[in-house]
Ligand binder design. Structure first.
Ligand code: PGA
Length: 255
């Protein structure tokens, strides 16, 4: 594992238009003059922006990603959908899959673990890096089911996935997304360790899978989060929609 390479992955969700490129350009300006070698910066933007942004940022150290894709490798009768080949050709290098906002628990028609597994395989086949989101709900946490839930999501999501080097696991407790709440230090330490052990036990994967944390990451709590052992970076939602907030997170991370 490249220990000191930190991922800062912005998840813009349903935000942004062509003019929002200036947010990313500001971040680019900042990292060009600072710790760029230590950080990998990815912005997962809405599909409408992938082509434009990836061509504008072609020769920079900012990478563009997508936020979801269809499970089918081929074109098909799926109104409103885009597959991994299409986002790849549009210029995305990463794709977020299994985000709780797209899972069945949230959406009537949302993703099951089975579908997420198909999407992961299709994305890897098309040479995309996958940001695979897992996480327990508040209720599950209260019932002490966190490890069980994560274990199940990992087993099913990564079932017979070959190239685990292309996978980043984003641990995102559902109750922490957009709420301002983050897990306690000990709790998060234990969970990250649990995920790492799980990967080495069930997938014989020691270190190549990166594990990042997501859920209410901001410039005020980043110093607590970066202190967690084994965390390779962060998935940042709301705070990635402002250049200042995003830059402050990076700055405070290296303080
Ligand atoms: P948040 O979102 O940072 O706004 O909590 C994180 C995410 O949903 O990936």
């Amino acid at each position: 594992m490249t220990n000191n390479l930190k991922y800062f992955i912005g998840n813009w969700k349903m935000f942004g238009d062509f003019s929002s490129l200036k947010i990313i350009n500001n971040v680019k300006f900042h990292i060009n003059k600072t710790k760029s070698k230590k950080s990998r910066i990815v912005f997962c933007v809405p599909s409408t922006l992938i082509r434009h942004f990836s061509s504008k940022l072609k020769n920079s150290n900012i990478i563009i990603g997508a936020q979801n894709c269809h499970f089918s490798d081929d074109y098909g009768p799926y109104t409103g959908s885009i597959n991994s080949k299409m986002i790849k050709r549009a210029g995305a290098k990463y794709v977020i899959l299994g985000h709780s906002e797209n899972r069945i628990q949230k959406l009537h028609n949302g993703d099951t673990d089975f579908l997420i597994n198909k999407k992961i395989k299709s994305a890897i086949k098309n040479n995309l890096n996958v940001i695979f989101c897992i996480g327990e709900t508040f209720k599950e946490r209260k019932k002490n089911l966190t490890n069980k839930i994560l274990s199940g999501q990992i087993n099913k999501g990564l079932h017979s996935v070959k190239n685990l080097n292309k996978v980043i696991i984003a641990y995102e407790p559902v109750w922490s997304i957009g709420t301002g709440m983050i897990p306690k230090h000990n709790e998060l330490n234990k969970t990250i360790l649990f995920i790492r052990r799980k990967l080495s036990k069930s997938f014989k994967n020691k270190n190549s899978v990166k594990i990042i944390y997501g859920g209410s990451v901001n410039s005020k709590n980043i110093h607590k989060l970066v202190a967690i052992k084994g965390i390779n970076g962060f998935l940042i939602g709301g705070a990635s929609q402002s250049a200042k907030n995003f830059i402050d997170i990076i700055k405070n991370c290296y303080k």
